[in-house]
Design a protein around this ligand. Structure first.
Ligand SMILES: Cc1ncc(COP(=O)(O)O)c(C=O)c1O
Length: 437
């Protein structure tokens, strides 16, 4: 069988893409950065599990409980393999936000946990983030600092949307560097290797928000040299309600648990309890089993296409969109240009001169084009760039050139409707009398 190619070839695998919206208009879905759509194979895997093997995992000795446990642990192994990791180092969470909170809470409790004291933070210590973080990788660190007395510092962003590596020096006081791998607004891919080098030089942990990288690019987490990384299943063609946290094995061993209760324990007495080894230590309660099965099916789907092909496809669509926006005029793109050799993801955010992003979104929606508008949970970044809100187009494996063209046509309509279309530049004509015929 020939390899599956992203784009038009795979659209039939995604039932939702054949529906219409707003009085019969074909759906043009360009909001995959918020959440992606699910192929039939993922929906089928979830349904098959629910119909045949649904049971609580890691408890009970009946046939269904065993099958469910096997399905859950098999899913974990396939999800781990997707990012080059060992199964025992991947904790399944509700979403990426929960994974990042897990780390921040766990580090906050390290000072009271025998064997974890070396991970504790206190007054005088620093947590470093970046100005382009999604709130999910900012607010938990603000809270950790508030609880421990540590100080939050951050790398700034340059005007063209790169990380400003000169804006901050790490020091022996830096205990954690938490940064995004790919910006959910700018499309910028951050220089993780350099940040890891700097963090290791001062003995700091590196926590990666991989929400916008793992679904779109080939990523080998252990090879990146980071210590922990979180991402969500629903942005990589999987179900909602499941996220992943990968961590270095020795670190997960040392970290105190986050939520406590059933399934995460070793021995329980009335006075106190001891805890299971990771990943169970971090998975209290009955986990999301059908979601894990669905996410493993999403991994299979992406692997069948190949993450290099997915990344190349999204880059080509971004190139088409960026060129189209330039031709359109009157649009300011936030984020780095797509030039040869630049690492940049497929997300493109922009402002239409003279029109609020929400109005742009509304006109586009009336034409069936779904984009995200607002601050995209990256409010400090918008403040830094001097924009209140942006329009964001984000693609995935099923997006096509026709989707990009529909967006561009919609934007022409926005400019016409609001009377802000830039004047068309006059064609350059020769004024010399003797111009050749
Ligand atoms: C960069 C980034 N980090 C974190 C998140 C949070 O993901 P979730 O809501 O699935 O926890 C998102 C989602 O938009 C994101 O884009």
């Amino acid at each position: 069988m020939s390899a599956r190619r992203p784009g038009a070839d795979v659209r039939g695998d995604f039932p939702v893409l054949s529906r219409t919206v707003r009085d019969g208009r074909p759906l043009v879905y360009l909001d995959s950065g918020a959440t992606s759509q699910r192929p039939t194979s993922v929906l089928d895997a979830e349904r098959r599990f629910a119909e045949t093997s649904h049971a609580a995992v890691h408890r009970g000795a009946h046939a269904l409980a065993e099958e469910a446990t096997d399905a859950y642990e098999d899913a974990r192994a396939r999800i781990a393999g997707f990012v080059g990791a060992r199964a025992q180092d991947v904790v399944l969470t509700k979403n990426a936000t929960e994974g990042l909170n897990l780390v921040a809470y766990s580090l906050g409790n390290a000072g009271h946990t025998p064997g974890a004291e070396h991970l504790a933070l206190g007054p005088g210590d620093e947590v470093v983030v970046t100005e382009m973080e999604h709130h999910a990788n900012l607010v938990p660190w603000q809270e950790l600092c508030r609880r421990t007395g540590a100080t939050l510092r951050w790398y700034g962003v340059t005007d063209d949307g790169h990380l400003d590596l000169g804006s901050l020096e790490l020091s022996q006081r830096t205990k954690v560097v938490a940064l995004t791998h790919a910006s959910n607004v700018l499309g910028t891919i951050t220089p993780v290797a350099e940040l890891v080098r700097r963090a290791k030089a001062v003995g700091a942990l590196v926590v990666l928000d991989a929400c916008q990288s793992v679904p779109h690019l080939p990523v080998d987490l252990p090879a990146l040299g980071v210590d922990l990384a979180a991402w969500s299943g629903h942005k990589m063609l999987g179900p909602t309600g499941i996220g992943c946290l990968w961590g270095r094995g020795d670190l997960l061993d040392a970290m105190p648990p986050f939520l406590t209760g059933g399934s995460m324990i070793e021995v329980v007495r009335m006075e106190r309890s001891t805890y299971a080894a990771p990943p169970q230590k971090f998975e209290a309660g009955v986990p999301m089993v059908s979601q894990a099965v669905g996410l493993a099916a999403a991994v299979d789907y992406l692997e069948a296409i190949g993450m290099d092909a997915v990344a190349a496809h999204e880059r080509a669509l971004a190139a088409r969109l960026l060129a189209g926006l330039e031709d359109l005029g009157g649009v300011r793109v936030v984020g780095p240009p797509l030039v040869e050799g630049t690492e940049r993801g497929g997300t493109v955010a922009f402002v239409v001169d003279g029109v609020h992003a929400h109005d742009v979104g509304q006109v586009l929606d009336s034409r069936g084009v779904a984009v995200r508008v607002g601050h995209h949970c990256a409010w400090p970044l918008h403040r830094r760039l001097g924009v209140q809100a942006t329009v964001r187009a984000s693609t995935h494996v099923y997006s096509t050139e026709a989707d990009v063209d529909a967006l561009l046509a919609g934007l022409r309509e926005v400019q016409r409707f609001f009377g802000v279309a830039p004047a068309v530049a006059p064609l350059a004509v020769s004024t010399s009398q003797g111009a050749p015929a």
